[in-house]
Design a protein around this ligand. Structure first.
Ligand code: FAD
Length: 503
């Protein structure tokens, strides 16, 4: 048993999936861990809370896809049961219903990505447009998530990628760009082709069941973070909300000794940053010690995207065909989703009227609008998809604005994103924008990078054992063969051709 005063001290900054993941593992290993969070609640972008009137709201609804193996394993370890069963979803445009998705794991398994293309029910998209995606499979096989592959594809926009591989204009507009708006939060001309291939492969293309999704049966804050934080505190960590970090105290040899938070200094043997891009840029702007390191100065080249989360309470029950729905074509550069909370959240199962969450991604032009302007707009969009909303009245609503909240995987941004190890020997990075090789995205990636940072701390400070991180399911055999073929062709090309063309 290590004496309390001899325990090595770790300060984790930011209490989203990444920070909580790092804190939990390090506390279990016997470290003296302090988690500093600027906001009033843990959870980061996934935080949930109650309004003054006692109604649950959250910073956007969050889905948990089939390949989120590490999060599902955490939930099992915690012994909680936060999720719905696998749900089916629909896609709408101003013309009405466009696509419905089955539960892919229930259907006979076909070699990926055949099942995704054959089982998805497109209402209008002609087969010729769908087939125009075939040449893109070359790029899917060629992009293996390595550093080299990121450097090859990151300077190209997603739009150029789809254009170069002959994807039809209609397939791009009605399938790929809508996926980018909800998956990478930006239109194709603003997304890196590397991020596009990585994201599409993880969520949709790698294995037939990957696009199956569950949702929390309430806010993630209530269903997962509350019991998790209790467990983290039981393991001995201190979770301190309303603590905004502004600087580091650096000793000799680039060794960080402490973390500055307003007037307080928290002594540290190691530090894990788990804040988003905008939060990190703010810390660098107030920290001379971080500014003296090029990698942190370069973070000012990165960007983040505005998101808007709305929740509407209607006066009557509306029949909504599917609980989760994605929508495109309403605004040129904004995607949105809506969710039937009566179907998803326990709290609203028996509610006599309808409760809807509608979230808007790349919502730059919406965040400055007043609630009075936003709510009728949302209702109008909803009634375009499901006519029943026309007769209903909004009796209560919540609008949460999240400016510069989510990571922008812009073309050319990869070279400025940070790996977990920094030029400070005892400072480690985590979060959904950190460069790693796991292959996951969004919440699962954030959690995995938190665990990876914890393992680096364990290895640096030399106490405890690393946690086991579940890898993504391996590539199917034919994908492995296709990858090695593209690699061989590339190597032959390299050996006989001059290194002349732009990647
Ligand atoms: C509307 C919306 C919908 C989404 N939908 C999904 C989805 O369906 N599925 C999915 O997997 N992902 C989804 N995401 C993405 C997901 O939320 C993120 O990938 C994930 O939450 C990132 O976690 P993180 O720990 O990296 O960072 P964050 O959650 O951003 O946490 C960082 C924390 O650091 C804190 N912080 C910042 N600065 C400081 C400071 N100076 N001092 C102390 N603390 C600080 C912040 O307050 C925050 O709590 C969605 C995001 C949004 C906004």
């Amino acid at each position: 048993m290590i004496e309390e005063s001899q325990k090595k001290r770790v300060v984790v900054v930011g209490a989203g999936w990444a920070g909580l993941g790092a804190t939990y593992h390090l506390a279990k290993q016997g470290y003296d861990v302090t988690l500093l969070e600027a906001g009033p609640y843990p959870g980061g972008l996934v935080a949930g809370w109650k309004t003054g009137a006692g109604k649950s709201v959250e910073a956007g609804i969050h889905g948990f896809w089939y390949p989120y193996r590490n999060i599902f394993s955490l939930v099992n370890e915690l012994g909680i049961n936060p999720f719905t069963t696998w749900t089916r979803s629909s896609q709408y445009s101003p013309a009405g219903l466009e696509v419905t998705s089955p539960i892919f794991q229930d259907l006979p398994r076909l070699p990926a990505p055949l099942g995704t293309f054959l089982y998805t029910q497109f209402q209008r998209l002609p087969i010729a447009d769908r087939l125009s995606a075939l040449p893109l499979l070359y790029a899917v096989a060629d992009f293996d998530n390595s550093d080299e592959a990121w450097r090859r594809y990151d300077f190209v926009t997603a739009r150029e990628l789809f254009k170069d591989f002959g994807v039809s204009a209609r397939l791009y507009r009605e399938a790929f760009e809508p996926m980018l708006l909800v998956g990478l939060f930006a239109p194709g001309e603003q997304c890196s082709a590397a991020a596009t291939l990585g994201m599409l492969y993880f969520f949709i293309l790698a294995h037939q069941p990957d696009f199956d999704v569950v949702w929390c049966r309430g806010t993630v804050g209530e269903k997962i973070f509350r019991p998790w934080v209790e467990r983290i505190e039981k393991a001995g960590a201190r979770v301190l909300p309303k603590h905004r970090v502004t600087d580091l105290i650096v000793g000799s040899n680039e060794h960080v000794k402490g973390v500055v938070c307003g007037d307080e200094v928290f002594d540290a043997d190691a530090v894990v940053f788990a804040v988003g891009i905008t939060g990190m840029q703010k810390i660098v702007s107030t920290s001379a010690s971080l500014q003296s390191h090029e990698e942190f100065r370069n973070l000012s080249n990165l960007g983040a995207i505005d998101v808007l989360a709305t929740r509407l309470w209607f006066d009557s029950k509306i029949d909504i065909p599917r609980p989760s729905n994605a929508c495109f074509g309403f605004d040129a550069t904004t995607g949105w989703t809506f969710f039937d909370l009566n179907a998803l959240h326990d709290e609203y199962h028996h509610e006599p009227a309808t409760v809807i969450e509608a979230d808007f991604y790349h919502a730059n032009q919406f965040v400055s609008m007043s609630d009075e302007e936003i709510i009728p707009k949302v209702q109008h969009y909803l009634e375009t998809c499901v006519p029943g909303f026309r007769e209903a009245k909004v009796i209560d609503s919540s609008v949460i604005r999240l400016p510069k909240a989510v990571t922008h995987f812009a073309p050319g941004s990869y070279r400025h994103m940070l790996p977990a190890k920094t030029s400070f020997e005892n400072v480690f990075m985590s979060g959904d924008w950190i460069v790693n090789r796991h292959g996951s995205w969004s919440q699962e990636k954030a959690y995995v990078t938190g665990l990876e940072a914890a393992n680096l701390v364990v290895s640096y400070l030399g106490e405890g054992t690393p946690t086991v991180i579940l890898p993504v399911e391996e590539d199917e055999m034919h994908i492995q063969v296709a990858r090695s073929l593209t690699q061989t062709v590339r190597n032959i090309g390299k050996s006989i051709l001059p290194n002349f063309w732009l990647p």
